[in-house]
Write a protein that binds this ligand. Structure first.
Ligand code: NAD
Ligand code: ZN
Length: 367
């Protein structure tokens, strides 16, 4: 599938196909000058996919220079940003050049941010290799690094020139990471596409078991949803793009409480966050309890965390609610919250009472 992303002034395509990394050379050819290209990746991805991409580029007469960074969230740092920028400058990258980000969200966010500042902004091509990166982070142009003050606090909007998503890349990804990325797939169904949520209920387990067709379909439908939302609100000014944060306010609090560690991956936090958003919506009388339980059931059925109690946190609801206050999405004293009127009917509730959220979380911690 080819999904156009209609960003004013900088439209681009997301091309999704099994085996596309092995054809990267042909797809990149029109975007590469001087028969040279710089590629940034991490050590895990390099071990599995560098040879494929390098050979494909070489097949088109394109020589590639590689920067292989350590794997992991800690790579989204000032130090690695400097290293990446210096590497790209060392490769004499010009503004009209495109550099390649081959990897998950960490490599995409870091390389995209580096590209936004090299010569005041050079082009870049995203080759996302995790499900999370394929359905979410590689599309939409948000790039960032973390600082000791928090995650994604320094960054830029910088859209890629092209995105190549290969479902076969997931064959080498640990199942836990694929599952975590799948939470973001479910998110698109819950935001505004009940029919896609039904598809997830019917096909999610197959997708996680490795079904290539299900993977390709889910990636394409998710990217189309993200493209639609981002095209309406590129820089998150009208509130439409904020819908993409469904499950993320609760999720972020859980990630903060678990120290942004391997104890709870981002997607796992989002999965449980969507469960909590659904149950809280039901508790507020906004959504039918049965619909909320459908969300709980599906998240649980695919092996994602669906119970707050099962997480075994040593804290109370107030403490989790306090983490939300520190989330950058807070606005002048009121807490904007994405809640649901039903499956596929997410909306931004403007001023949710934090005390009620804390009381709800206490119930869930004990449930
Ligand atoms: P990641 O990039 O750390 O990848 C997860 C792990 O999988 C890493 O160890 C990586 O080396 C490994 N890996 C990647 N592809 C592989 C493959 N095909 N085979 C084997 N191993 C592979 O994490 P992620 O989940 O992809 O991304 C998380 C990051 O994305 C976070 O920093 C988050 O802030 C960011 N993010 C950004 C946006 C955005 O809009 N820019 C949206 C959501 C998340
Ligand atoms: Zn997310």
């Amino acid at each position: 599938a080819v999904i156009p992303v209609a960003i004013a002034g900088a439209p681009y395509e997301v091309r999704i196909k099994a085996g596309i990394l092995a054809q990267a050379g042909r797809h990149c050819r029109p975007f590469v000058r001087k028969n040279r290209v710089a590629v940034v990746t991490d050590e895990h991805v390099a071990a599995k996919w560098r040879a494929t991409v390098e050979a494909s580029l070489a097949g088109e007469g394109i020589a590639s220079q590689w920067l292989v960074l350590p794997a992991g969230e800690a790579t989204k740092s000032w130090a690695h940003l400097a290293q990446t920028v210096d590497f790209l400058l060392g490769q004499e990258v010009e503004r009209k050049d495109n550099v390649i980000a081959l990897g998950g969200g960490v490599i995409g966010d870091l390389t995209g941010f580096a590209a936004s500042m090299v010569k005041r902004g050079c082009g870049f091509i995203q080759m996302p290799t995790t499900l999370l990166a394929q359905v979410d982070s590689s599309v939409g142009g948000k790039t960032a690094i973390n600082t000791p003050m928090g995650k994604n606090l320094v960054g830029a909007f910088h859209q890629p020139s092209l995105v190549l998503a290969d479902p076969l890349a997931l064959d080498t990804l640990p199942l836990r990471d694929t599952r975590a990325g799948y939470a973001e797939v479910v998110k698109y169904g819950l935001i505004d596409d009940a029919e896609f949520f039904e598809w997830c209920e019917a096909n999610g387990e197959k997708l996680l078991a490795g079904d290539a067709q299900a993977r390709e379909y889910a990636i394409a439908r998710s990217v189309a949803a993200k493209a639609r939302i981002v095209a309406q609100d590129e820089k998150e000014t009208t509130g439409v793009r904020a819908l993409l944060n469904l499950g993320h306010t609760f999720g972020h609090a859980l990630e903060a409480e678990t120290g942004f560690s391997d104890r709870l991956l981002h997607g796992e936090g989002v999965a449980l966050g969507m469960v909590l958003a659904a149950r809280f919506s039901a508790r507020q009388g906004l959504m039918h309890g049965q619909d909320a339980e459908r969300v709980v059931r599906h998240i649980g059925a695919v092996g994602l965390p669906a119970s707050l109690r099962a997480l075994g946190l040593d804290c109370d609801g107030r403490r989790l609610a306090d983490h939300m206050l520190h989330d950058k999405k807070m606005d002048a004293g009121t807490l904007p919250f994405l809640l649901m009127r039903g499956i596929g009917q997410t909306f931004l509730a403007k001023d949710v009472d934090l005390g009620e959220v804390a009381a709800f979380l206490d119930e869930e911690l004990a449930a």
